[in-house]
Write a protein that binds this ligand. Structure first.
Ligand SMILES: Cc1cc2nc3c(=O)[nH]c(=O)nc-3n(C[C@H](O)[C@H](O)[C@H](O)COP(=O)(O)OP(=O)(O)OC[C@H]3O[C@@H](n4cnc5c(N)ncnc54)[C@H](O)[C@@H]3O)c2cc1C
Length: 417
């Protein structure tokens, strides 16, 4: 995909500068407009339009001036992270196909450990990919390359960086060739803190013993070379906030109108907002509303996992079209693809000078407080529902059962309500 995109860009005259980190996105003095970027090398590039593709939460907190938006984004729920193993095998393992998913028996407990405790489950579900099964260049003849992805919780705080896992970013280690037999001997205690070396060791043992138990293949002795990535690696290598491999989660207050917009908005200075110290859902709602308000930083756009429409390679590709359409609309230029889509669908892109970019703008230009009202209505509905459920699952005194209940039970109903 990347190769194809690079080819298209080069045909259109784009030049790429790889391994060139951006240290800062440059803004005018009033932060009203982006003017370019400052590279880590000290070189300054000026630009009419800046499109940020680095992790959105990282960018607000590291590349832009401090703001309430940045603070609010840091409090939002993030997606999971992963411990990933990269194994070079000295043989082929026909028992494994290109894509293999191993699901834990204790499904709910497994996912609670990831998403609520931010740890590794005692019995993790994991994904094993064998790229050499479909791409002969991925391993020498007669051998296999294996990638294992074990979903784990994200880093809890930046202090977690101290636990850099068994391998620093980019580094490799040779195999310990541990046999799954040793892993089968005892029950491994689930870690209760984010001890990454411990979690990597646990993940490795569990993956090997599970593959052995379910396929009969003892992979350990065949691992000729290996490396592992932890949440800390993802954070350091890709600047992913908290090492969350999918960016902001797709939880309720992180999707649709609550997802950070593709146009940059800084809000006020940090510490000046009423909700700054709030945590949990309340701060999420407050953060969402605040992200919906304020003025755009002109000429600065976001694309990628943590903005619209969301995370994952196909979704991010779709998102790049959304961002491109908005930029063209802001420049008063028609999107080249708009005419085709108007013919295809009869609606999108047919209205306004900016094609479907203008369509998106029309939706975004609604009254500022409507999101707040939606959130309030939703909260009210949730409170009412929880009351109904509480009383409805009682001992015959519930609201829904009240007309059928014995007269003596009705005072209890009133008391409960
Ligand atoms: C281990 C793992 C497994 C995954 N599996 C899947 C999967 O199976 N299916 C799926 O759909 N998605 C998967 N994803 C998620 C998917 O990769 C992401 O959602 C997607 O790549 C996000 O695209 P993006 O453009 O937002 O960011 P990225 O693809 O991360 O691109 C952002 C780029 O910005 C660069 N960058 C960061 N900071 C700076 C800076 N300061 N200066 C210059 N450049 C910078 C980074 O180096 C990176 O190249 C996986 C992710 C991981 C980590």
């Amino acid at each position: 995909i990347i190769e194809a995109l690079v080819n298209v860009g080069e045909r259109l005259g784009v030049s790429y500068r790889l391994s060139t980190p951006v240290a800062q996105i440059l803004l005018t003095r009033d932060s009203g407009r982006a003017t370019g970027v400052l590279l880590s090398s000290g070189e300054q590039l000026s630009a009419d339009i800046v499109v940020n593709n680095s992790d959105l939460v990282y960018a607000y907190n590291n590349l832009l001036p401090p703001s309430t938006t940045a603070t609010a984004l840091s409090k939002r729920p993030s997606s999971c992270s992963s411990i990933s193993f990269y194994w070079a095998l000295d043989t082929q393992v026909p028992a494994l196909s290109a894509h293999n998913i191993f699901l834990a028996d204790e499904y709910r407990e497994s996912f609670d450990n990831i998403f609520k405790k931010h740890l590794i489950p005692e019995q993790p579900s994991f994904y094993v990919n064998v790229p050499s099964r479909v791409d002969p260049t991925a391993a020498p003849e007669g051998k296999d390359a294996v990638v294992v992805l074990v979903p784990v919780g994200h880093l809890l705080e930046s202090g977690s960086d101290a636990h850099a896992g068994s391998n620093a970013p980019g580094s490799t280690s040779t195999s310990h060739n541990a046999s799954p037999a040793s892993a089968r001997d005892g029950k491994h205690a689930t870690p209760t803190t984010q001890d990454w070396p411990g979690m990597v060791a646990l993940a490795r043992r569990t993956v090997l013993s599970t593959i052995f138990a379910r396929t009969g293949v003892d992979l350990g002795p065949h691992i000729a070379h290996e490396s592992a990535n932890t949440p800390a690696t993802w954070k350091t290598l890709l600047n992913l906030d908290k090492g969350a491999i999918l960016g902001l989660s797709h939880s309720f207050f992180n999707v649709l109108c609550f997802r950070p917009p593709t146009r940059a908005r800084l809000g006020g200075r940090p510490g000046t907002g009423l909700f700054d110290e709030l945590g949990g859902a309340a701060s999420s709602i407050a953060a969402s509303i605040r992200l919906g308000g304020g003025d755009d930083v002109k000429g600065l756009y976001f694309v990628g996992a943590s903005t619209h429409p969301g995370t994952g390679v196909p979704i991010c590709l779709a998102g790049s079209k959304v961002t491109a359409a908005q930029i063209l609309a802001d420049l008063g230029m028609p999107a080249p693809w708009a005419a085709g889509e108007a013919a295809d669908h009869g609606v999108m892109g047919a209205r306004g000078k900016g094609g479907d970019g203008a369509e998106i703008d029309a939706k975004r230009a609604g009254p500022l407080l409507s999101r707040f009202h939606y959130a309030l209505l939703l909260l009210l509905l949730l409170v009412l529902l929880s009351l109904l459920v509480r009383t409805g699952t009682g001992t015959g005194t519930g609201l829904l059962r009240a007309p059928l209940a014995a007269p003596s039970s009705r005072p209890a109903l009133r008391a409960e309500l």
